[in-house]
Design a protein around this ligand. Structure first.
Ligand SMILES: O=C[C@H](O)[C@H](O)[C@H](O)COP(=O)(O)O
Length: 221
């Protein structure tokens, strides 16, 4: 089974968590794209979606799936029923790193507004410690050098994502070389640096359920 076939299988398995008549939070990335394609078949059953990026909104709209802003959605309901998204890495505690596509901030906001986060991954994303995948940090441009200095103090090697601007008009600094043994502590520490919008550790907004595709089938963790 190819990695793309595994992504498709896990994306389709996530449909089980989509409840009729609810608003669904939708993530960003290649796995989330496959979920969007599968969700299109349920577009008449759900009340709508909230997208975690402009790219996701465009793909949903291309399928004719209704997209609401988060603010409009939360005027209708207290919370979204479910948030479904991929990840770059996950650990045994269902802590995640995300943001390989640069959508981390909106993803974290939509996840926080949802009752349940179902993370859809293939088995290549499973790690003992987060950090082998460079950790993205979204930063207001003025704080670029400040974040570089602080990341080096943590033992990381920060690299500006050249030519990339987030949907929020900010920059991303990818921090290489971290071995993250305390995901929640590092998430909080990085977010306490002025100018940081958020970082790609999802510990506070970790997954409630990880659906992991393997060549033998989809496993629920
Ligand atoms: O910003 C991007 C997101 O956090 C993605 O969910 C993450 O990078 C995983 O993407 P993919 O499913 O393409 O591996």
């Amino acid at each position: 089974m190819t990695q793309d076939e595994m992504k498709k299988a896990v994306a389709e398995a996530a449909l089980e968590y989509v409840k009729s008549g609810t608003i669904v939070g939708v993530g960003t990335g290649s796995t989330a794209n496959m979920f969007i394609d599968a969700l299109a078949g349920m577009k008449d059953d759900i009340l709508g979606t909230v997208a975690s990026s402009e790219a996701t909104a465009s793909r949903l709209e291309g399928h004719g799936v209704p997209v609401l802003s988060l603010n409009d959605a939360l005027k209708q309901v207290d919370s979204l029923s479910v948030y479904i998204d991929g990840a770059d890495e996950f650990d045994a505690g269902r802590n995640l790193t995300k943001g390989g596509g640069g959508a981390l901030t909106r993803e974290k906001i939509v996840a926080a507004a949802s009752d349940q986060f179902i993370c859809i991954v293939d088995q290549t994303k499973q790690v003992k410690h987060l950090g082998a995948y460079p950790l993205p940090v979204e930063v207001i441009p003025m704080a670029e050098e400040l974040l570089m200095i602080e990341a080096k103090k943590l033992g990381g090697s920060p690299i500006l994502r050249e030519g990339f601007t987030t949907d929020n008009g900010n920059i991303i600094i990818d921090v290489h070389g971290l071995v993250i043994t305390d995901p929640r502590g590092l998430e909080d520490h990085l977010n306490s640096i002025p100018g940081v919008v958020t970082n790609g550790i999802f510990s506070h907004q970790g997954a409630d359920i990880v659906l992991m595709a393997t060549p033998e089938g989809v496993v629920t963790l």
